[in-house]
Design a protein around this ligand. Sequence first.
Ligand SMILES: [Zn+2]
Ligand SMILES: [Zn+2]
Length: 283
Amino acid sequence: MNADYHTHTPLCLHAEGTPEEYINAAITSGLSEYGISCHAPQQRLDGSEPFDDWRMLSSQIPQYLQWIDAAKKHAADKIQVRSGLECDWLPGCETWIQHLRELHDWDYLIGSVHYISPPAEIHRNPENNDQPWDFDNPAWIGTWSKTDINLAWDLYWKAYTEMADSGLFDILAHPDLIKKFGYKPEGDLTRYYEPVINAIATSGTIIEINTAGLHKPCAEIYPDLTFLELARDAGIDIIISSDAHHPDEVARDRSKASELAKAAGYTHTTLIQQRQRSYIAID
Ligand SMILES: [Zn+2]
Ligand SMILES: [Zn+2]
């Protein structure tokens, strides 16, 4: 039995399905725990919203909690339902993350790096130059071929390391998301991984093996085997997640993620409830 803790709701404007459909899919997949962690609200520097067009608004938190309640009600005692948020790591976000933490008794908060801030002259968000760049947004696939890959990777891993150092999150999402569209620097990528592995191990945060990458241009699980081997050697805990944005995606490709985890030397994944961990053998 196992858990899928990174899943979405239609409140983020790019997911579909009802609470009942997601719960039915989770039960059919044989999961013992289903965690809901939709894209958290985010404010602009001046405090206004929307920040972008792929997340819930602050005013929708009550609706989000109702969605979770409906899932719990439908699940009854057939599956455990956990609650969380997928939060964005942005420069200076610490106070906002603390605010999100206090909105509800979340079982966990997930931290993600979806935004980096390249220098203005190579900025790749043509629609809004004041905002950082949401590099993994499918809207920017075409601009990636003109992007300085090494710089993007430097900025991404620097942000990920800062996020790990913050200690604000229970789980860190899709570690090498920067490879989403298949653009990677030349040579051994360990140079990018080592500093962040140290930061994650020091903060004691869980990392996610996220199967969504198999369905993106990179066609790989996040993170790759090398990253996972380093994580295993550093004693970092893992969970396996689908990042489902549709009921059909719940627990998707779980066996491939299990195989990757085992190949890296892992024997157990992590369960989390009210921020407390326990461990179960990988299925
Ligand atoms: Zn999403
Ligand atoms: Zn994400």
